[in-house]
Design a protein around this ligand. Structure first.
Ligand SMILES: *Cc1c(COP(=O)(O)O)cnc(C)c1O
Length: 381
């Protein structure tokens, strides 16, 4: 028998969450006219590309980082637009982009030079990235219009197809004013330059003032939600459930031992948790080698046999310990949900260990068996 730990990917939850984004855009009367790139970088935030291709069948496009992942999508049933968020890295990538109709972000002059030297079999669609204040990727504001003109020449030569403009927000999840400044910078720099635009991540898409401001000022707008499509919240102070999202990933395991921890005794490496009175504990077949965060400390929420309880002591490589006080009926074989449906949210677990759900979802390791649930007919509608 395999070790009792597994991850379940609910493709229907992906479809549901895409619907939540679509309704947020359709919003209260002032409908936002935007198309959706579902962001599927890092193997669809750890959910796998097969689930993403099915779950996001109704998205307008898929956006990711890795050329191999984009080609995989093209060869496994994704016929719509594909966008590489960091673009390409060497000249040999360009024929692959052209052949598979994969669009690329262009964020530096080195990439532009590679395009100028290329003779692709068909024009390559690009989005020219502008740095509006995050200082990660993108051309700087003073050079942007010259860069755009260079790209427009490539368009006239048939090397570039669609010529779009994009930027990325640094803190749409917590500071709407800083984001409005980024939008204003984008507007000012790209004023009058034709082509589609792409700006909003999950936090911006779910903030009507932001996505509304962008769409009102631009024409053809592509939004780029990621984390919310997987059922986690981009905001520290709003829960995924409150946003109407459903977790797509559930990490579950079983108890492999239960025993008393006598008063005064401690448990696990470093003996960091000491029982003040005798209590019952359970050992779960899940550890940091499965991708559960080692820095999740005593008190991190976990659900055993449907009852919420807490982690105690340090997470080991292959095991962790839980307090069975609230779950007297628990025994070897009891179901433990580490996060997801029927458990704490990945956001709650992340909060307990000083990180964000993005990191937990993308960290589940390959030794954990995966079950992918299909999209039901009801969810498809
Ligand atoms: C990851 C990423 C997104 C999606 O961000 P979320 O916060 O997951 O919605 C959008 N655009 C770019 C450029 C990204 O790198």
């Amino acid at each position: 028998m395999p070790r009792p730990i597994w991850v379940t990917i609910d493709s229907g939850a992906l479809t549901h969450n895409l619907g939540v984004v679509a309704s947020a855009l359709a919003g209260d009367g002032r409908a936002v006219d935007a198309r959706i790139w579902a962001v599927t970088k890092a193997q669809a935030y750890g959910h796998g590309l097969d689930a993403a291709i099915r779950g996001f069948a109704q998205a307008d496009g898929l956006a990711m980082l890795d050329l191999d992942e984009a080609v995989y999508c093209r060869e496994h049933g994704w016929h719509g637009p594909l966008l590489l968020l960091e673009g390409f890295f060497e000249p040999d990538d360009l024929p692959v982009l052209a052949r598979h109709r994969i669009a690329a972000t262009v964020h530096c002059v080195e990439q532009l030079a590679m395009l100028e030297a290329a003779r692709p079999v068909r024009p390559i669609d690009i989005f020219l990235k502008l740095n509006t204040g995050m200082y990660r990727l993108g051309f700087q504001a003073p050079e942007y219009r010259d860069i755009y003109r260079r790209a427009a020449r490539l368009q006239a030569m048939g090397i570039v197809g669609v010529l779009g403009k994009m930027t990325h927000f640094a803190c749409a999840d917590e500071d709407a004013r800083a984001t409005q400044e980024q939008i204003a910078c984008f507007q000012k720099v790209t004023e009058g330059l034709p082509g589609p635009v792409s700006l909003c991540n999950s936090a911006a898409v779910l903030t009507p003032e932001l996505v509304g401001a962008v769409s009102a000022q631009t024409g053809d707008h592509w939004v780029r939600p990621g984390i919310c499509l997987y059922g986690a919240s981009p905001f520290a102070h709003r829960t995924a459930q409150g946003l109407g999202l459903r977790p797509a990933m559930t990490l579950a395991a079983r108890l492999i031992s239960t025993h008393p921890l006598p008063a005064g005794q401690s448990i696990g490496y470093g003996l960091t948790f000491r029982a003040s009175r005798t209590m019952r504990v359970g050992i779960v077949a899940c550890g940091y080698a499965d991708g559960y965060p080692r820095h999740a400390g005593t008190g991190t929420p976990v659900v055993v046999d449907g009852v919420r309880t807490r982690l105690v002591g340090r997470v080991s490589m292959d095991m962790l310990a839980v307090d069975l006080g609230p779950v007297p009926q628990a025994q070897v074989g009891s179901l433990v949900v580490l996060w997801g449906q029927g458990g704490p949210s990945a956001d709650e677990v992340a909060l307990s260990c000083g990180t964000i759900s993005y990191e937990l979802l993308t960290a589940v390791t390959s030794r954990v068996p995966r079950h992918v649930l299909p999209v039901s007919e009801q969810e498809q509608r």
